[in-house]
Ligand binder design. Sequence first.
Ligand SMILES: NC(=O)c1ccc[n+]([C@@H]2O[C@H](COP(=O)([O-])OP(=O)(O)OC[C@H]3O[C@@H](n4cnc5c(N)ncnc54)[C@H](O)[C@@H]3O)[C@@H](O)[C@H]2O)c1
Length: 254
Amino acid sequence: MGLLENKCAVVTGAARGIGYAIAEVFAENGASVLMADVLKEDLIESSERLRKQTGQNIRYSLVDVTNQQQVEAMILKSMDELGGLDIFVNNAGIHIGHELIDFPPDEWDRVININLKGSFLCTQAAAKRMIENGIQGCILYISSASGKKPDPEGGAYCASKSGVIGLMRVAALELGKYGIRANAILPGATRTKMLERVFENTPELESVLMERTALRKVAVPQDLANAALFLASGLASHITGEQLVVSGGEFMDT
Ligand SMILES: NC(=O)c1ccc[n+]([C@@H]2O[C@H](COP(=O)([O-])OP(=O)(O)OC[C@H]3O[C@@H](n4cnc5c(N)ncnc54)[C@H](O)[C@@H]3O)[C@@H](O)[C@H]2O)c1
């Protein structure tokens, strides 16, 4: 028996990287999964792969998390095609780095809109549907260790990820009376396309990171997916409003 037997889960940014790994571990643990992303071809390919691999009800939704109508349609699709909405994972995100004095305001807006406003729009739509249907669900947020510490060129990214932590804590506070839990995962460096690009732009960063990481390794997406599985499952039924850092000891919160 998997930890998420008969649960219905939506994961944004699920075409690849951490989002894909979360969809995979959820499906392997018995959940039906709606995978949402802007990358149409990757989304179709990855959802077909996961359906074949797990035999679960795996669907996809082409959605930009900054578009309220598309977000509403994604939630309806979960209700119609999965038959419910027990778990919602706010994972979609981007990273654009510039020093503050050179940060183009339109790029600032793009980061904040996708990482923070997108999480707000999804929280609102998902929570409304959970409340209407009496679902004691769970909302997860993939923030970042960068939500708690400054990164070079991280003005917009760090601000967005700190904002996500604030949003999650208000969600936990306001939705707890409906039995809905909200928690955040704060990944450290994790081997995905996003990190590849950061390493390309700052090649010295990888060795610097290794020196200050207690476990001397970068996470793989499955490390984050396992944390998401725990927080989404009944094992975490009394945990809400919390931040789980998964960084191999690169960042130890105080
Ligand atoms: N990789 C890391 O080191 C790291 C560290 C800390 C936090 N994170 C966070 O983890 C999450 C996943 O990142 P990843 O490393 O897997 O990166 P990734 O770039 O591989 O995946 C991000 C996914 O989000 C999707 N996406 C982007 N904008 C979207 C939008 N507007 N609507 C819907 N989908 C959209 C992308 O298409 C992509 O599939 C992000 O929120 C990221 O900030 C990553």
